[in-house]
Ligand binder design. Structure first.
Ligand code: HAX
Length: 426
C-alpha cells in the first residue's frame, strides 16, 4: 500500500464521522438566502457546495488547505497533490513514495490510448483529444470493477484514489503525445525516469530547454493551476458526475470538457492571442496609450478582454503575480512579456470605467501564455491542455474526498421561470 493511501486510511474514518455528526446536529440550520438574481445569474455567491481541498476568498485568492498559493510556488506539483488529498504537505519520504508510485503507474499506460488518438483527425482540438483519451481509458477503472462486485460504501474512496493516481500518472504522456502529434513535432519522447512529474512532462513535450527554466515554468504552471475550490465549471462538473458514482475517468473527462470553454480554461489561449494582436497592430510592444485604446475598442466591439475579470476574485490573482514574477526573473526583455506587464498597468483602469464589470484585475490566464510563447510553445490551442494536466490534481483529489465522506448524489431543485415570477409577485 502506498504511503498516501496509508495516511488517508488513518484520517478518513475520523473525517467521515465528524461530518456525519456535524450534519446530524446542525443539518436544519439556515446559513444563507437565495435571491432571484442568483438563480438566474449562474448561482453566483450561493454557498451550497462543500469543498475542503481549497478555497478562494474574493480578497485573497487561492488558499490550498489553509496555505496561500503565494507560499506554495516553490513546491512540486506532486507535493500539492498530496496537500490537496491529505491536508498537509508531504515529508521527504512521503514525496519520494508518491513520485515512485506515479512513475510505476506511468509505465502501465495502455497503448490503446495512443491508438484512439491516432484515429482522430490531427486537427481535432487538443482538448477534445485529451478528453477523449481519458474517457477511452475508462476501461481500466478499478472503481467501476469494484462497484460491480459490490464493494462497501465506506471503501469507495480506495478505488477512486487508485483511478485518480492512474489518471495523474498517465496524463503527462498522453498530453505530450497530443502536442507532438498535432503540431508535427516528431515521434513520442520516452519518459526520463530521473525527472519529477512536472519536469518529465516538460521533457516529453520536447521544447528545447538548455537552461532548465522551461521545466521550472511547467512545475510552477502545474502548481498554480492545480485547484480553485469546488464551484468553477470544471470542478463542479467533475464533482456532479462523480456524485452519480461515475468513476474518475468519466468524471475527470467531463470536468475537462467544461475547462475547454472560452470563459473558463480556453481563456489562456485567447489571452495571448489578444496580446499578439496588439503587437501586430502597433508593430511591436505597444505604448500604454495604444493599449488603453485597444482595450476600449475591444469592449466597444462587444468582446471581453481575455485574462481580466473573475467570477469570484476581486483582486489581482496571486497566480498572475507568480507568473509575472517568473517572467521578470527569466525573460524581462521579451517583448511579449513586456506587453503583458504594460497591459497590467493600463487595462484595469479601462475596465474600472465599465460599471457592470465586478473585477477589473488580471486572472491566472493573463500572464501564463506569454511565458509559454517565450520558450517557443506557440501553439495556443494547446494551452488549455497544460491547464488540464494541472487541474486533474484538483478534480481527482476532490473526487477522493467526496467519496471518502460519502457525499450523496447531487440534485438541486430547478423551477420554471413562471415559479420565480410568482415568488416575485408575492
Ligand atoms: N472584458 C469585458 N467584459 C467583461 C470582462 C472583461 N474582461 N469581465 C467581465 N465582463 C463583463 C461580463 O461579460 C458581464 O457582461 P454581461 O452582463 O453583458 O454579460 C459583466 O461584465 C459582468 O460580469 P462579472 O460579474 O464581472 O463577471 P462574471 O462572473 O459574469 O464572469 C468571467 C467572469 C471570468 C467569465 C469574465 O470576467 C470574463 O469573461 N473574463 C474574460 C475571460 C477570461 O479571462 N476568463 C478566464 C477566467 C479565469 C478562469 O476561470 N480560467 O479558467
Amino acid at each position: 500500500m502506498s504511503m498516501l493511501e496509508k495516511v488517508l486510511q488513518k484520517q478518513i474514518p475520523e473525517m467521515r464521522n465528524d461530518i456525519k455528526a456535524f450534519v446530524k446536529e446542525h443539518g436544519a440550520k439556515v446559513i444563507g438566502e437565495l435571491t432571484i438574481g442568483a438563480a438566474f445569474g449562474g448561482m453566483r455567491g450561493l454557498k451550497a457546495m462543500v469543498c475542503d481541498t481549497s478555497e478562494v476568498p474574493p480578497d485573497k485568492g487561492l488558499i490550498i488547505r489553509g496555505i496561500p498559493i503565494a507560499q506554495l510556488t516553490s513546491k512540486l506539483p506532486e507535493e500539492i497533490f498530496w496537500l490537496l488529498c491529505v491536508g498537509t504537505l508531504p515529508n521527504a519520504e512521503e514525496l519520494k513514495d508518491l513520485q515512485a508510485d506515479l512513475k510505476a503507474r506511468a509505465k502501465k499506460l495502455p497503448k490503446y490510448a495512443f491508438d484512439v488518438l491516432d484515429a482522430m483527425p490531427k486537427d481535432s482540438h487538443p482538448m477534445c483529444q485529451l478528453d477523449t483519451a481519458i474517457l477511452a481509458l475508462e476501461r481500466e477503472s478499478a472503481f467501476r470493477a469494484n462497484y460491480t462486485e459490490g464493494m462497501k460504501k465506506d471503501d469507495y474512496w480506495v478505488p477512486m484514489l487508485e483511478d485518480s493516481l492512474n489518471i495523474m500518472a498517465w496524463m503527462p504522456e498522453i498530453a505530450a503525445y497530443i502536442y507532438r502529434k498535432s503540431f508535427n513535432k516528431g515521434p513520442r519522447i520516452p519518459a526520463d525516469p530521473n525527472l519529477d512529474w512536472g519536469g518529465n512532462y516538460a521533457h516529453m513535450l520536447g521544447i528545447p530547454d538548455p537552461t532548465g527554466e522551461f521545466k521550472n515554468l511547467m512545475r510552477l504552471y502545474l502548481t498554480l493551476h492545480s485547484d480553485h475550490e469546488g464551484g468553477n465549471v470544471s470542478a463542479h462538473t467533475c464533482h456532479c458526475v462523480g456524485s452519480a458514482l461515475s468513476d474518475a475517468y468519466y468524471s475527470v473527462s467531463a470536468g475537462l470538457n467544461g475547462l475547454a470553454g472560452p470563459l473558463h480554461g480556453l481563456a489562456n489561449q485567447e489571452c495571448l492571442g489578444w496580446i499578439l494582436e496588439t503587437m501586430e497592430k502597433f508593430g511591436g510592444a505597444p505604448t500604454e496609450e495604444q493599449l488603453a485604446k485597444y482595450a476600449q475598442d475591444t469592449l466597444n466591439s462587444g468582446k471581453v478582454v481575455p485574462g481580466y475579470g473573475h467570477a469570484v476574485l476581486r483582486i489581482t490573482d496571486p497566480r498572475f503575480d507568480a507568473f509575472h514574477a517568473f517572467g521578470a526573473k527569466v525573460c524581462p526583455d521579451d517583448p511579449t512579456y513586456k506587453t503583458v506587464a504594460r497591459v497590467f498597468k493600463v487595462v484595469p483602469e479601462v475596465l474600472k470605467q465599465v460599471q457592470k464589470i465586478k473585477d477589473p484585475w488580471p486572472n491566472v490566464d493573463a500572464a501564463s501564455g506569454c511565458l509559454l510563447y517565450h520558450f517557443g510553445m506557440k501553439e495556443f490551442s494547446y494551452y488549455t491542455v497544460l491547464f488540464s494536466v494541472s487541474r486533474t490534481m484538483g478534480m481527482a483529489s476532490q473526487l477522493v474526498v467526496a467519496r471518502a465522506w460519502g457525499e450523496p448524489i447531487e440534485r438541486p431543485k430547478s423551477m420554471p421561470t413562471a415559479w420565480f415570477k410568482a415568488q416575485a409577485a408575492k
